[in-house]
Design a protein around this ligand. Structure first.
Ligand code: PEP
Ligand code: MG
Length: 843
């Protein structure tokens, strides 16, 4: 900081001037953030007190910092606790990085709204860069926006900040628990704590880093709840700094986390601190003891012992890892596990990763250092792109990275020595760790990181292990051996369960197990309602293994082959021959009496495909996705159609187009299919249908119907596009509900249009796999339910308990309701009144 000129700061607002001591918030009145003043505003436009650059403006628009060319930094914060308004009532007039003149309006705010909805309107102007100042007007005075208020002294007395040299230590990644991220108050507490250490300290979020001693830099990271952060420090007290700051972050930096969680999900019931809450990753419940599991710290030497030697060490590590993954695949219980480890093997050959590692070897680094740096950098890059699937790829990469690293360093991949009835608690588990869990000892697990669609969740479901993820970080402080009750269905971990709760859940679990055994034993029986109406139950699959499992569990065919998942982790496109042999193998496994619905590539949105490079889009879910992308790259679609057509005759082949929103898309794709079929000499075309997953297609189903052989409703996308809620948005998860009457009305419209033209309709979105939804879907007239493989026996058993006429009544009823919750409740009541009563009668 080199302030050399005296400087006057202007009043950012009109209003009454108050001393900071009068602000009823200790973070501001204690001057932890910086010294300054407060104004009780009478105007509604916040102006720049000095000329400079916008060094930070919060997304929520309630705070902004301006830094001038001499490093003077001023933070303006409108109101108290206004971060909770999440942007409501504020309009940002400037962007980060923009130059502004003194007096220029920065933010407009609705004073009435803020006063009504936040704790206070008191607005702060703080000199966070620390220059001393004198007030030019007395306290309690009325001031006018733009009038000079403070006189700053030159900062030649201020100490230069010396950056500590040397290798930085990094903390393990931690998940930020604060519901509004590190906004001004927690950021100030954090920066203040960091200043107590002499080391240079940084806070890292994905690829961004912030000086941990700078409040503004921390705020500029724009963190939010659930972000994965790391602290690094270089200097004498680096270790102590990391330990203290990580603890502070996990404790919420002075914010009460229970209250913070309440802000994220306003509808959630207020839970006592004896219950920690997360999201269900794998259903079920378990009573057991806490076992905290942590990743061992690895000692990675930076310098190598010669390039040739280190190259050989890396090659050995990669070979050994490939072998280990091969063994894991051979031992894997099912398709999902095999797919995940095959993807890991692909990563071992990734050219970008290897190039990066080899360039570091050429610089004289050790094999371990080079590999670790390459995997971390690539994982950060993927995480930084922010898409759910890429973040999962980053987790896979970190997992593979550790596997190879341990092999290079000769660190044994020690199995955990677990007691009986263990409920594992971890920051995050890797897919390898999850797949290797000893299910005779582990009853379930709880993680701070992860999401319900992560590979760890998929593996947990395959292993039948109840688990929850996204749990508050306090869970990591639970002592080993503590008896806890994991109710994964509700996403809860009970820390002080009483006997009645334990017995109740165990009884439910027992009933579920018995019911499951019965359903699997009867899986081969047809899904026919009590009054003789047959519903076809098929499977959603992504591999040959899943087809085989589906058939073993009573699946009557494949209602959705997600072809984009067949080669998701390939860096190079599969050859036409390889594609053809994959489709033929799947068709052969099904045989000529069963349907095979192959969906053409649904790339884009949250599903990038490495071998189909795409330009980044501002709004990929509304961009070049599914059929749109394929029509842009017709060769891609033609090649796929040729490969699919080779399986004609081996099964009852159906081709389905994803994301169709315009009739012209269907016509173009049909023309291509006809040309390719003709070129192959086929006399009969396979059936051609479309996904109904965009509202325009559902609303115009009567227009599409004459031109298709069938429809399949993708309720996952239909829900996100109908309700305009991103299907991966964690805060909208409870509202983006396919049971919403708006979605159900579109299903109704689609079925009526299809049947009027003699076409059949399936549902292949996740709604079809919900037993609760089955009576409603059958009542709406859906002909086929394509469901996730393990649920085939359950959905078939559910159909066998129903009566078509009853289903039609409940379907009409729910169409007239107002909210998804009302629909769920009506279906629960219906279930209790009909199905459960008839079960009681049977016994
Ligand atoms: C859907 O959108 O419901 C669907 C089945 O497609 P996907 O989930 O693959 O987008
Ligand atoms: Mg879809």
């Amino acid at each position: 900081m080199t302030t050399s000129q005296p400087l006057e700061l202007l009043a950012p607002l009109s209003g009454v001037l108050l001393a900071l001591d009068q602000v009823p918030d200790p973070v501001f009145s204690s001057r932890v953030i910086g010294d300054g003043l407060c104004i009780d505003p009478t105007s509604q436009s916040l102006c720049a007190p000095l000329a400079g650059v916008i060094s930070n403006i919060q997304d929520s628009g309630h705070a902004v910092s301006v830094t001038d060319e001499n490093g003077v930094q001023v933070l303006l914060h409108i109101g108290l606790d206004t971060v909770n308004l999440a942007g409501q009532g504020f309009t940002r007039l400037v962007e980060e990085g923009q130059r502004v003149e003194a007096g220029q309006p920065l933010i407009e705010f609705d004073a009435d709204y803020v006063a009504l909805h936040a704790r206070s309107l008191l607005t702060l102007m703080l000199v966070v860069s620390g220059e001393p100042f004198v007030l030019l007007v007395p306290e309690q005075a009325r001031v006018k926006a733009g009038q000079p208020l403070l006189h700053l002294s030159p900062a030649d007395t201020l100490a230069e900040v010396n950056e500590e040299e040397g290798d930085a230590l990094f903390s393990k990644p931690l998940t930020l628990p604060n519901s509004n991220g590190l906004h001004a108050r927690p950021a100030a507490v954090f920066a203040q704590a960091a200043k107590a250490f002499s080391s240079s300290i940084y806070l890292h979020k994905q690829t961004q880093s912030a000086n941990a001693k700078s409040l503004v830099a921390i705020m500029a990271l724009q963190t939010s709840r659930g972000d994965s952060l790391q602290v690094s420090a270089a200097g004498e007290d680096a270790e102590a700094a990391i330990q203290a700051l990580v603890t502070l972050l996990l404790d919420g930096c002075g914010e009460t986390l229970a209250a913070a969680a309440g802000v994220v999900k306003p509808a959630a019931p207020v839970l006592s601190p004896t219950v920690l809450r997360g999201v269900c990753a794998s259903p079920g419940s378990a009573f057991g003891q806490v076992v905290q599991v942590a990743q061992p710290q690895l000692d990675i030497p930076e310098a190598g012992a010669g390039e040739a030697f280190e190259r050989a060490a890396l090659a050995r590590g990669l070979r050994a890892a490939a072998q280990a993954l091969q063994t894991l695949q051979a031992k894997a219980a099912g398709g999902a596990q095999v797919e995940i480890f095959r993807a890991h093997q692909e990563l071992l050959e990734d050219p970008t990763l290897l190039e990066h590692a080899h360039s570091l070897l050429a610089e004289g680094k050790s094999a371990a250092f080079a590999w670790n740096s390459a995997t971390l950098a690539t994982a950060k890059l993927l995480e930084g792109l922010g898409k759910a699937l890429l973040v999962e790829r980053a987790a896979d990469l970190a997992d593979v990275g550790q596997r190879v690293l341990k092999l290079i360093l000769g660190v044994p991949d020690c199995a955990w020595d677990l007691p009986e009835c263990a409920i594992l608690v971890a920051e995050q588990l890797t897919p390898s760790q999850t797949a290797g869990l000893d299910t005779s000892k582990v009853l379930g697990f709880v993680t701070v990181g992860g999401g319900a669609t992560s590979h760890v969740a998929i593996l947990a479901r395959a292993l039948g292990l109840p688990s929850i993820c996204g749990v508050q970080a306090q869970v990591l402080a639970l002592p080993n051996g503590r008896q806890v009750l994991l109710d994964a269905d509700k996403g809860e971990l009970h820390l002080e369960p009483n006997l009645a709760e334990i017995e109740h859940l165990q009884a439910i679990r027992q009933q579920q197990l018995l019911r499951r055994q019965r359903e699997v034993a009867q899986a081969a029986l047809a899904a026919v309602t009590c009054d003789g109406h047959h519903v076809e139950i098929t499977a959603n699959v992504a591999s040959l293994q899943e087809v085989e499992q589906a058939l073993a569990l009573g699946g009557e065919g494949v209602g959705l082959l997600r072809s984009e998942f067949l080669y998701l982790d390939r860096n190079r496109a599969p050859s036409p021959e390889e594609q053809a042999s994959t489709y033929s193998a799947i068709a052969r496994a099904l045989g000529t009496e069963r349907n095979l619905v192959v969906r053409t590539l649904d790339v884009g949105g949250d599903k990038p495909l490495a071998y189909v490079p795409m330009e980044s889009e501002t709004n990929p879910f509304l961009g070049l996705r599914g059929i749109r992308l394929c029509l842009e790259r017709p060769e891609l679609l033609r090649e796929q159609l040729r490969a699919i057509l080779t399986s004609a005759g081996l099964a009852r082949l159906h081709i389905m187009l994803p994301m169709v929103s315009l009739l012209s898309e269907l016509h173009l794709a049909r023309a291509m299919l006809e040309e390719e079929a003709l070129a192959l000499g086929l006399t009969e075309l396979p059936k051609l249908g479309i996904m109904i997953e965009v509202p325009s297609a559902a609303l115009m189903a009567d227009v599409f119907a004459p031109h298709v052989d069938f429809f399949s409703i993708g309720t996952n996308d239909l829900t996100q596009y109908t309700l305009a809620m991103d299907r991966d948005h964690p805060r909208l998860a409870s509202q983006a509900d396919s049971f919403h009457p708006a979605v159900l009305r579109l299903i109704d419209t689609t079925v009526k249009a299809a049947h009027a033209h003699g076409k059949w309709v399936g549902v292949c979105g996740a709604l079809a796999s919900e037993a609760l939804a089955v009576p409603m879907l059958i009542g709406l007239g859906v002909d086929e339910l394509s469901v996730s493989v393990p649920l085939i026996p359950t959905i078939k058993a559910t159909v066998r308990e129903l009566d078509l006429l009853d289903c039609q009544i409940i379907a009409r009823q729910v169409l007239g309701l107002e909210e998804a919750d009302q629909v769920r409740e009506a279906l629960r009541l219906y279930h209790a009144a009909t199905v459960e009563t008839s079960r009681v009668m049977e016994h």
